[in-house]
Design a protein around this ligand. Sequence first.
Ligand code: NAP
Ligand code: ZN
Ligand code: ZN
Length: 355
Amino acid sequence: MLKTPAWAAPSATQPIEPFAIERREPGPHEVLIDIRYCGVCHSDIHMARDEWGGGNFPMVPGHEIVGDVVKVGDKVEKYAVGDTVGVGCFVDSCRHCEACKDGEEQFCSNGMSVTYGGFERTDGKLDKSRPTFGGYSTRITVDENYVLRVPGSIPLERAAPLLCAGITTYSPLRRFNVKSGDKVAVVGLGGLGHMGVKLAKAMGAHVTVLSHSPGKHDSALELGADDFVVTREEDAFEKNAGRFDFILDTVSAGHDYNAYLGLLRRGGTMVLVGLPEPQALAAGSLILGRKQLTGSLIGGIAETQEMLDFCAEHGVASDVEVIAMDQINEAYERMIRGDVRYRFVIDIESLRKAG
Ligand code: NAP
Ligand code: ZN
Ligand code: ZN
């Protein structure tokens, strides 16, 4: 086993702190990755604070991982030592259920092995004695089929957030065929939201940001948004009623879905990707105007690779603030206050040096 420095939440009520883990030597189909950067997703906060319940502690968060392959198992075909790769929100799945066969491993009916806070598999089954630990660590061992190739043209620290924020916003935009001229609104301009803006623009849409933070106006337009609406303004919902074909809702905190559904045109679609506590929904918000409300969860491995290649082709990358590992607790507080443009990314070199 490989002794590996990491940072973990010991429990849901304690800050993240140094913690040593062990990584395995790569098996025949596995690669060992030296992690270089790891993005900080709002899900890390929900999970480390057990806001969704059922968390496994100690927890090493981090599922926006990029780094270098440093060792490969003898049956590995897709990667070689020196390749630049990524790991997203899951590291394995059953590989034989309908969802896995369809390349939608995130919906594995036997449960995906989430990158942290979940379990590795033994003989294809989730093994409760083998917890998964995420990217707030210096290395990780992963099956080659759950590893992504990171195109060299994307600066590495700006590629890390694509592994979750990128695919989570790309997948629904593609699924609902967002295209040139469509009127798209992105609700919440955080890590996911700013990727939603960039990707929807790259697909040719007319993009409006719906934000509760008036101070983000200028930077939203710099990201490429065509319009910016402050949702706290009294007449914002009246003025923009029926305006959008498609709404991507990335908000991490409770808010009124009914109000946002009022902004869709007849037959329009709103996709939830933000995961706050349960919210009330009135049937009338959907019935009047035959509107669709649905959700989306990250994306499968093949689609994640497609997204990375799309980003390389269209010059899309995340806007990041690089931090050292020991700034993580402060970064969580700043994210909750909305004080990040637009994703914190941990420089794992800072952990390697300290460890
Ligand atoms: P983030 O960077 O913290 O951004 C969330 C944004 O929500 C903020 O920037 C803010 O935008 C808005 N917001 C926050 N508090 C608000 C409030 N009280 N009222 C109204 N708006 C508020 O978070 P993130 O990393 O993008 O993640 C967003 C959500 O998506 C989280 O719940 C996360 O767990 C979830 N997620 C889901 C998936 C999936 O597969 N479905 C994947 C990853 C993450 P404004 O300042 O512009 O209003
Ligand atoms: Zn995430
Ligand atoms: Zn499966």
